[in-house]
Design a protein around this ligand. Structure first.
Ligand code: THU
Length: 131
């Protein structure tokens, strides 16, 4: 799947976002090496801290379907003027399963940038750090 197709899928997920409190929909699409894709959106809650981000929705869907490795690329998109940078919690969660992930980050005009997760989370703390 091309980068553009993955970003387009993430944009489609904006329609499923549940963001009545922030009014800031986010969409995500996580591509596996075998071509499988897990999509996600942010799902907010009246108890604000219970909100789950789009990237973590996609990741948790994948892990709960039995995937723990082989993640290749993740697209994360929003409608804002700035790129929809993944939050710290999402960077950390992604690092656990996919330290070598490539991340595509888009903004509302559909421009996107591509960078390694390791650039977003340098010196990350992962499973190997516990040995
Ligand atoms: N959000 C995400 O879905 N992903 C991120 O990485 C950053 C923030 C969501 C959470 C909340 O629903 C809204 O954006 C505003 O913070």
């Amino acid at each position: 799947m091309t980068d553009q197709a993955l970003v387009d899928l993430a944009f489609q997920m904006l329609e499923r976002s549940y963001a009545p409190y922030s009014q800031f929909p986010v969409g995500a699409a996580l591509l596996c090496a075998d071509g499988a894709v897990f999509t996600g959106c942010n799902v907010e809650n009246a108890a604000y801290g219970s909100t789950i981000c789009a990237e973590r929705t996609a990741l948790v869907k994948a892990v709960s379907e039995g995937r723990r490795s082989g993640f290749a690329r993740l697209a994360v998109v929003g409608r804002g003027e700035d790129y929809c940078w993944p939050c710290g919690a999402c960077r950390q969660m992604l690092y656990e399963f996919a330290p070598d992930l490539t991340v595509l980050v888009a903004r509302g005009d559909r421009q996107f940038v591509k960078l390694p997760l390791k650039e977003l989370l340098p010196h990350g703390f992962g499973p190997a750090s516990l040995t």
